[in-house]
Design a protein around this ligand. Structure first.
Ligand SMILES: Cc1cc2nc3c(=O)[nH]c(=O)nc-3n(C[C@H](O)[C@H](O)[C@H](O)COP(=O)(O)OP(=O)(O)OC[C@H]3O[C@@H](n4cnc5c(N)ncnc54)[C@H](O)[C@@H]3O)c2cc1C
Length: 466
């Protein structure tokens, strides 16, 4: 592979000519926040050579043309809340292109139910803007208060409401994208159906900034459900709790959220928040949200849900204090980090009906490899987040222990029909296992797609693939 050019004074001058001197940063204090994202592994922390902050798609296109001519790496970045170091520099060096100045909500169309935005808008601001018009934006990652919508599209972010509304891919009509070679392209459309060539917007979504820089998004909106209920069902075992995952669809109860916290996590969270959580000594939680357009519809669903939970052996089913229960769920990572430093984070996804089998197997693998973890799941969509604790092994043993655990865990995940990541992505961290476990033909085709979009390999090199 051709070596990447270092960012020279003449490249900096050319970048300044594109975006203005004020928006090309090379000072250490300005670069430090860009050395990492929210991932926990210091081995991936790296300072970019410069950060460039453009204000338009035209400026980004000019940056990409310069990168191809001079052959330096360009790393797109949203809010930097990713967990896989996809928006962080690596051995190829280069510049970070921050999308923070592309932060306008361009249009909200209440009649036609869409919103057009730039990539640097914070997701929660999109949710609030829709809500103010009596509408709902369905995307809801737990990092919504800080992540950007462009980052959500680039990672195909999921979240708590994905059971009903789907992931970010399901919220997007169309995209404006600067291609790696510096063209401005438009993919997708505000269409209910289309069979007109490959759906390129779907390839960009989830491509983690390797196939293009998203500069505009048209998002779907739906009428805001007027009524909702948060239910906490407490079960005596994890198995009975997870039985809801298959029991609910069979009973045609469409829930918006179905989140599982096992007893070990409940105890850790209760200690961290210093709050008394119900049945913290023995219970396993399923946190359920239901919504609908009329009160009767939600009430009926709650009654049916209660019957099913009782039939599956629930200890108790409450109408939950929504603020308290969701605060407990969202405190998971902070609580496990307070218990013990986190060595690695996993984001496995399997068919929801295989979640229980996966958990059983991971507990076995944890005990044979000497790895302890805490886990919560977006149970309704089969997505399991694990925080692997830095406990029970020395610093020298850590890398080998984690590798052994992840390798064996991945073998089980793929055997169950799952994948290495449900929503966080591959980034830099999961490249080895992604290469090892992905179908070889699929893997080769993905690399060919990358090469077709980015013949000079200047956009986010070393992410997804070696
Ligand atoms: C506390 C916490 C909770 C979280 N909860 C969830 C959750 O519920 N669901 C979930 O899916 N994730 C979750 N995440 C992970 C993270 O917030 C998401 O992946 C989010 O979508 C990243 O958005 P960002 O703007 O921070 O992107 P960044 O971290 O800046 O970038 C992520 C990736 O997207 C690329 N990228 C960013 N912007 C663009 C663009 N405009 N064009 C092209 N590529 C781009 C980057 O190159 C990088 O590869 C959580 C993270 C934290 C810390």
């Amino acid at each position: 592979m051709r070596a990447y050019t270092k960012i020279t004074p003449s490249i900096l001058a050319a970048l300044q000519a594109i975006v203005g001197q004020k928006y090309v940063w090379t000072e250490a204090d300005k670069l430090i926040p860009f050395e990492k994202d929210e991932g926990v592994e210091p081995a991936y922390f790296r300072r970019p050579e410069a950060v460039v902050v453009p204000a338009s798609a035209d400026e980004i296109a000019a940056i990409m043309k310069l990168a191809n001519a001079a052959h330096f790496a360009v790393i797109p970045r949203g809010a930097g809340t990713g967990l896989e170091f996809g928006a962080v520099a690596n051995e190829y060096g280069g510049i970070i292109v921050s999308t923070e100045r592309l932060n306008r909500i361009i249009e909200i169309n209440e009649d036609k139910l869409y919103m057009t935005v730039e990539p640097g808008v914070i997701t929660a601001d999109i949710q609030r803007a829709a809500k103010a018009r009596g509408l709902l934006y369905g995307g809801d990652p737990c990092s919504g208060d800080s992540c950007f919508i462009g980052g959500n599209a680039a990672t195909n972010a999921g979240g708590n409401r994905a059971v009903k509304y789907g992931t970010t891919r399901d919220q997007i009509y169309s995209l404006e994208v600067v291609t790696p070679t510096g063209d401005i392209a438009h993919f997708g459309g505000r269409l209910k159906k289309v069979t007109a060539g490959y759906p390129l917007q779907s390839i960009i979504i989830g491509s983690e900034g390797t196939l293009g820089i998203i500069t505009k998004l048209t998002l779907k909106l739906v009428p805001l459900p007027k009524y909702g209920a948060d239910i906490l069902a407490v079960f005596p075992t994890l198995e009975t709790a997870l039985s809801l995952v298959t029991a609910l669809p069979k009973a045609e109860i469409a829930v918006t959220c179905l989140e599982c916290m096992d007893n070990a996590v409940i105890r850790v969270v209760a200690a961290y928040l210093d709050e008394a959580l119900p049945y913290a000594d023995e219970g396993h939680y399923m946190i359920i949200h239901l919504d609908g357009k009329c009160e009767d519809e939600v009430d009926e669903a709650c009654v049916a849900l209660d019957e099913i939970c009782q039939a599956q052996g629930a200890l108790e089913v409450f109408v939950a204090d929504a603020e308290k229960v969701w605060k407990a769920r969202k405190a998971f990572t902070e609580a496990s980090a307070a218990e013990c430093p986190i060595a690695a984070m996993e984001d496995f996804v399997v068919p929801p009906d295989e979640l229980k089998t996966l958990l059983d197997r991971l507990i076995q693998i944890g005990s044979t490899t000497g790895v302890l973890f805490r886990g919560v799941s977006h149970a309704g969509d089969g997505n399991l987040h694990l925080d692997v604790l830095r406990r029970g092994f020395s610093a020298d043993e850590e890398a080998a222990k984690i590798d052994a655990f992840e390798d064996q865990a991945c073998a089980v995940v793929y055997a169950l029909g799952g994948r290495i990541s449900g929503e966080h992505g591959i980034g830099q961290k999961r490249k080895r296992l992604f290469a090892k476990y992905t179908d070889p033909t699929a893997y080769a085709l993905m690399k060919a797609v990358k090469k077709a979009f980015d013949p000079n390999m200047v956009l986010n090199p070393g992410k997804l693939f070696e």
